[in-house]
Design a protein around this ligand. Structure first.
Ligand code: UD1
Length: 350
């Protein structure tokens, strides 16, 4: 069996990063099973993935409605199919909600993942790519963030990512036949170039780009810029935005490493561009790409936000042979393409 004929279980494959990664997996020739509970996603995204890859490749895609907290859902899947590896996206990610309802976060993110490890071990599938986050760097004292920095959680959501990284390291240490790659995403934005799939958060978006997008299409009146007195080039906070298609390709690079290299152990990689962009620069870039004015109000800082966060990309370049290809202009172009074609996301009307 060649590398790309393997069978991959993708948890959370109907979601934003998951759906884009599934497109790339199918295009590479992988067989893919998605398990998703549709908590923050819709099957329409999976239907569109099928359209994008065409009838032949979509024969390699299965969708299973299921919840990782129900071990039986996982047992059923693993007893039917021998998976070669798992890419584990499924999880909740709204920081504010996690502060208000930490038990929901611990239940979903921790229990779901622990069940997944249990069932993977039982069925001898011991290769895992885990969705971690730059949130594990907390408010970094130095930038760029390097993978061996001390880790810190700032809120319950961040704590679930940090705990799950520690759990992965403990499991791999005790059972060395596991190979686990932890991918720390910086700020994923953009959309597939077709404009058929993209990010579609439920409710008012917490993150910058979905918010800007909704202002651009007239769903929201103006953007609040949280913080204009940071010690940065223009006073607004700086982040490392990465095109979701680059991120998707980072998962293929991680799989390649899992299948071709021994002695991986459990290791973390930043997936970012290494470039910092301020909120105001991002607004200007989106205005340019969309031709729309984004009314922006300067507001006080948002609690818990860091001044500037961006990635060191050296380790991923060196060990995964992966590097982001797209810049801010392409991220905004593709996000606008998705937004203008789908102003209400996957819904046809409000
Ligand atoms: C946030 C989460 C982080 C998570 C990541 C996932 C927080 C504190 N952190 O990171 O844990 O891993 O999303 O993508 O929520 N901004 C505005 N106006 C807005 C929204 C955002 O000015 O309406 C600013 C923020 O203050 C920040 C920047 O835009 O400076 C990026 O914000 P966001 O997209 O929420 O990402 P992070 O805060 O980096």
């Amino acid at each position: 069996m060649t590398f790309s004929e393997k069978t991959i279980l993708v948890t959370g494959g109907a979601g934003f990063i998951g759906s884009h990664t599934v497109v790339q997996l199918l295009n590479e020739g992988f067989r893919v099973s998605i398990i998703d509970n549709l908590d923050n996603s819709v099957t329409e995204a999976v239907d569109r993935v099928r359209d994008l890859v065409g009838p032949k490749r979509s024969q390699n895609l299965e969708f299973h409605l299921g919840d990782l907290r129900n071990k039986e859902d996982l047992e059923k899947l693993f007893s039917q199919t021998q998976f070669d590896a798992v890419i584990h996206f499924a999880g909740l990610k709204a920081v504010g909600e996690s502060v208000a309802n930490p038990r929901r976060y611990f239940d979903n993110n921790l229990i779901g993942t622990i069940n997944l490890y249990e069932v993977m071990a039982k069925y001898e599938c011991k290769k895992m790519v885990f969705s971690s986050s730059a949130t594990v760097y907390g408010q970094p004292e130095k930038i760029p963030c390097v993978e061996d920095f001390e880790l810190k959680a700032m809120n319950p959501y961040g704590r679930t990512k940090l705990f799950l990284e520690e759990i992965a390291r403990d499991i791999q240490k005790a059972e060395p036949d596991w190979k686990i790659i932890l991918l720390r995403y910086f700020n994923p934005v953009g959309a597939h170039e077709s404009g058929r799939i993209g990010e579609d958060p439920k409710g008012i978006p917490n993150n910058l780009m979905p918010f800007i997008q909704q202002v651009a299409v007239g769903r929201l009146p103006e953007l609040n810029v949280y913080g204009h007195d940071y010690p940065t080039k223009d006073g607004s906070a700086v982040r490392d935005y990465i095109h979701v298609m680059d991120l998707a390709d980072g998962h293929i690079a991680a799989l390649r490493k899992l299948f071709t290299k021994e002695d991986i152990g459990c290791t973390a990689y930043n997936l970012g561009t290494g470039c910092g962009t301020s909120v105001l620069e991002m607004v200007a870039a989106f205005e340019k790409a969309s031709g729309k004015k984004i009314p922006a109000k300067l507001c006080p800082r948002r609690a818990g936000d860091a001044t500037a966060v961006y990635a060191s990309t050296e380790k991923a370049e060196r060990e995964l042979g992966w590097k982001a290809k797209y810049g801010i202009a392409e991220m905004c172009r593709d996000q606008w393409n998705w937004a203008s074609k789908n102003p209400w996301g996957y819904q046809s009307k409000p």
